[in-house]
Design a protein around this ligand. Structure first.
Ligand SMILES: [Zn+2]
Length: 456
């Protein structure tokens, strides 16, 4: 037995109630915690000061005029101290948020920590403490500002993407506004569906409250169509119905988020490409799901996918400068995709080749490990030789293929060939690092390149 509230008409009746509880407590060999108890007298709706209640072994103090009593972590006096609680909750939330962001966790773990350690401070009181919409919005804005400051998200990031789950390509942060609405929808549904006598009293009370503080009225406002369908009320326990409505509400919010991202004029293009049938969607989002990138690297990739890097094109679009040309070649518009894979100057400088070779080197190192061939212990020490063999398997690295017959144009030089002697098979690996929007074309080009090798 814990967290008990006793209500009585008179002081005398209250003492008798407490004595009952006290006797019961002692009967089950528990102790009565006087220091955690408080008493509050209300006369004609107003709080009045009254005597402490004395017992042989202690006393229950009267709750003073300004003092509050903490019941289940929420400050109460005559009623719940809404404003005071909101202020306290916000302070605690911000302090936890800052501590998490200053930690050395990876961006994904920081977001998980915020969802599990900071946001519950606020969500705990939903439905008990009144939260005006502007306060909720302010909390979400404040969170995003701090995330930008600590390099988790980039400035002017597509908002919907922050709040989508990672398997959907988002960052997986819980939006306080969604959490609030989902809680109210499910709580409102619970109050409406429960057949419990005491909950019925709660329902009547909420029906009489004004629109902005009544949980049932707010639930109708937020939930709308989801809350309709009264047929199930008598079939299921109220908790189950409430849980289902919450799930449904979250699903709808996720869909709305996806639409928002899709309609975003910069970031939406990536999502559109992700939907193409030649794209392995799950594999493309794996890096985000596993979230191993440290510090601000995740932000950098998300920003470039969203075309949100501060390139000259974006600066021109934002009216910050008149010229949108590439800072290196001055011949094309400077967009993230131009910089990453289309700038002739960067190509001539060998930057794209170096990136390509790094990928090949990594693949070679992995293949050698898999095939039990010689390799350096660490990837950064690995220098692939042209031929690696163990008698059974031979791996060729960046070596001409002797085709044995005429090949159009020029000799073929794939990045890696795995030649399996017993099985008489050759696996040709040719690496290309195209930009997000050139994947299909790059794949087709690579396949066409090797068509001449086909046995007719
Ligand atoms: Zn350029």
């Amino acid at each position: 037995m814990d967290d008990l509230k006793l209500y009585a008409e008179t002081e005398k009746k209250l003492v008798s109630l407490i004595e009952n509880v006290k006797t019961f407590t002692e009967d089950v060999c528990m102790e009565f915690g006087f220091d955690k108890c408080a008493k509050c007298t209300i006369k004609k709706g107003k709080k009045t000061t009254s005597e402490n209640i004395r017992f042989n072994d202690g006393l229950i103090e009267d709750l003073g005029e300004d003092a509050t009593y903490k019941y289940l972590g929420i400050e109460e006096n005559l009623t719940v101290e809404h404003e005071k609680m909101r202020h306290k909750v916000e302070q605690e939330y911000t302090s936890r948020l800052k501590k998490i962001l200053k930690s050395e966790l990876s961006p994904k773990n920081k977001i998980t920590a915020i969802n599990q350690l900071a946001i519950p401070v606020i969500t705990y009181g939903f439905g008990i403490i009144d939260w005006p919409q502007y306060s909720i919005n302010r909390l979400d804005t404040k969170t995003r500002k701090l995330l930008t400051l600590h390099k988790i998200i980039y400035r002017n990031q597509c908002m919907d993407r922050i709040y989508l789950p990672r398997r959907e390509g988002g960052l997986g942060l819980t939006e306080i506004n969604h959490a609030y609405r989902a809680t109210i929808v499910s709580m409102g549904k619970y109050i409406k569906s429960s057949t419990d006598m005491t909950i019925e009293i709660v329902r009547d009370h909420h029906e009489r409250l004004p629109q902005q503080t009544s949980v049932t009225k707010l639930a109708e406002n937020f939930g709308g169509v989801i809350l309709e369908n009264t047929a199930e009320v008598y079939d299921n326990p109220a908790t189950q119905i409430a849980r289902k409505k919450r799930k449904k509400y979250t699903e709808i919010e996720t869909d709305t988020g996806k639409q928002g991202w899709e309609q975003h004029k910069r970031a939406g293009k990536f999502l559109e490409e992700l939907k193409q049938e030649y794209i392995d969607r799950d594999a493309s989002l794996q890096w985000l799901k596993s979230g191993r990138l440290p510090f601000d690297e995740e932000r950098l990739i998300v920003a470039s996918q969203d075309q949100g890097l501060l390139t000259n094109r974006l600066k021109k679009m934002a009216g910050l400068q008149a010229n949108g040309q590439c800072r290196f070649c001055h011949s094309a518009i400077e967009s993230p995709s131009h910089l990453m894979s289309a700038c002739p100057i960067l190509l001539a400088d060998g930057l794209y080749t170096a990136r390509h070779n790094k990928v090949c080197k990594y693949l070679h190192w992995k293949i050698c490990g898999e095939m039990q061939l010689d390799r350096a212990t660490n990837i950064w020490e690995h220098e692939p030789p042209p031929i690696t063999s163990n008698g059974k398997v031979t791996v060729f690295y960046d070596k001409d293929i002797q085709a044995g017959r005429y090949i159009k144009d020029k000799a073929i030089k794939p990045d890696i060939v795995i030649w399996n002697k017993p099985e008489r098979t050759a696996l040709i690996i040719d690496v290309t690092v195209p930009n997000d929007f050139g994947l299909n074309r790059a794949e087709r080009e690579k396949i066409t390149k090797y068509q001449d090798l086909k046995m007719i």
